[in-house]
Write a protein that binds this ligand. Sequence first.
Ligand code: ARG
Length: 573
Amino acid sequence: MIDFKDSIAKLLAEKLPELTEAEIKGMVEIPQDQKMGDYAFPCFRLAKIMHKAPQQIAAGLAEEIKDSPLFAKVEQVNAYLNMFISREEMSKDTVSEVLEQGDAFGRSDIGGGKKVIVEYSSPNIAKPFHIGHIRSTVIGNSLNKIYDALGYDVFRINHLGDYGTQFGKMICAYRHWGNKEDVEREPIKTLLGYYTKFHVEVEDHPELEDEARAIFAALEKGEPEEVALWQWFRDESLKEFNRVYKMLDISFDSYNGESFYSDKMPRFEQELEDKGLMVESQGAMVVDLEPYKLGVALIKKSDGSSLYITRDIAAAVYRKETYNFYKNIYVVASQQSLHFQQLFKILELMGYEDCAHGCVHVPFGLVRLEAGTMSTRHGRVVFLEDVLNKAVEKTKEIILEKNPNAENVDEIAHQVGIGAVVFNELSNNRIKDYVFKWDHVLNFDGETGPYVQYTHARCCSLLRKAEAADVAKAADPASIDFSYLTGDAAYDLVKLLYAFPGVIEQAGERYEPSLVARHIVDIAQSFNRFYHDEHIICDNADERVAKLALVTAAKTAIKNGLAHLGIHAPERM
Ligand code: ARG
């Protein structure tokens, strides 16, 4: 596609030796109001350099560039030079590109194959995979798809919380009150129950604490019986997590979590000591980060057991040494911001600057549930799996209400119900806390997943209704008369399609899938205005074909945008 900003900068650079082309490009704006043109160039800065009134400069420039074939019209308004791109040019260029690229529209190779690690989801073994985990899971999944689309070589890690003193307690509890069948039937709830019971019992039987500590020590030493139990808890928990990943259609390249690093820590503890970074404090070993206003990081407890951050030091260096990443992205709640600041600082102080500078924490806010949103059958925790099942169930009801004879209801309800929950997560700016509301999530008319999916299905339905010969013609840019795609509604849609690849790029740069989510809502709304304002399958054959080409292009962009969010685009709804 033509980079219009670039072409404008080139053109203006010829007339303005005072500024570099890059400076000019940086100054070109996209006005909020269409009436001010597609692009605008403010002349305030030039006024200072050229000692001339900005209005005068803008007027002079307008005169000089107005005959370029790029523009339909160029105007001076106050200190601005307003440029209107030739609508036909823009439509032709954009729609042709989308048709030619198809599924690849929006992809690029700016990543140049550089390795990017995205770490996401990372639930804790034998703990619920609750609604709070969904954010890391879906934001991370979307980021990996966005980075893949940008031409990076993505490696997806689920850094399971599968290690720590709590496993001593869990094994201890299992030995006292446990039962194999219960664990196999409902692993996480059962194991969680044991863990809770342990904390109740230990009040009256403090000796349980010592027993648990001894069990954890045995586990750290690799005693077969303890290791086997731990492994079994891990396997059973993963089975449950995998059920959720399957529903979400999410996979990983590695499940190397905390336990994987248990034997890799002594090297770093030694290095921290050798470099004089570790000091003793009340029997424990810490790194003092007060000089950086980052508090104190606890590396080793007084009983010698290692900690979360120590495993993260080992993990970061291992990833650098094994994958030589360009970026190592951690998608983890904002409550852990200090942890990651400490981690990156320690890596830097240890001399792993290269590793530290490639690490990025992508934080996100909390999800709160509206009172009464979910029955809390399992105590206070709301399980993600229950939320997803409920979304599918409710969607099925809505679909059948709208269309009692709908075909493939189960498959579509699955795609739409799950898509609704995922989209809801991703359309919110990630750092903001938000409240999960069913009425909003499943609203087919709001700025929601179902609305976007429905618009995609509407495009598909139009293409099914049209004559096959027209649809075939509409797929070939050479046979399209783009002058039919210059009305306000069509042009508004074309401009959004033109912006699509840039939005993907920005979403990657800012680690913000919500930019993609919001952009496809804009495309869907713009498409629906076009659909209502214009008669698409009209009598004039050339006009009909051109409009069907735009329908195809809109459908393609929506489908690709949804794919970057990890959401299916059903063809019928
Ligand atoms: N398991 C942790 C939790 O549920 C998240 C792990 C984040 N990743 C990391 N490398 N520390 O809170």
